[in-house]
Design a protein around this ligand. Structure first.
Ligand code: ZN
Length: 143
């Protein structure tokens, strides 16, 4: 099952919590056991799984990334958003989360975020839910 989530980011740099939308996509898939693959098809946004209980955690992540890759440093990229490309590369464009009993099996304090580095703009997250029944089965007696 494949679905697309649309996310409207609110600032140039922000972590938009998409946990609820991903949970909903997993429920709609009707798949009880498997894997949920998330993919962000953008070059200046990525995906982060981390704490969504204390809002200071996303703030700290963004602040530290900004310190590591400042927007006003010297870059060659002509669009003026080289820092956003680098930050997106650091966090990555995909995540894989187990699905158990029809639900995302996240840790208690974990949330899923679209990591925006060149917003505000509309973004897409591709959600693919793979049933474990589709995987090659191993085990039993070998030849
Ligand atoms: Zn660019």
């Amino acid at each position: 099952m494949r679905a697309q989530i649309r996310v409207q980011s609110r600032q140039r740099e922000c972590l938009e919590d998409i946990t609820g939308q991903v949970r909903e996509a997993v429920r709609r898939s009707g798949i009880a056991e498997g894997l949920c693959h998330l993919y962000v098809p953008h070059t200046t946004a990525g995906i982060v799984i981390n704490e969504n209980a204390d809002p200071d955690v996303p703030r700290d992540i963004l602040e530290r990334l900004r310190a590591l890759v400042p927007p006003d440093a010297s870059y060659r990229h002509y669009e003026g958003n080289a820092d956003a490309h680098i930050k997106a590369s650091l966090v990555g464009q995909w995540a894989l989360v187990p699905v158990a009993a029809g639900e995302l099996a996240l840790g208690r304090w974990q949330g899923i975020f679209l990591a925006e580095f060149d917003g505000p703009r509309e973004r897409t997250v591709v959600v693919t839910v793979l049933p474990s029944a589709a995987w090659p089965q191993t085990g039993g007696e070998g030849p």
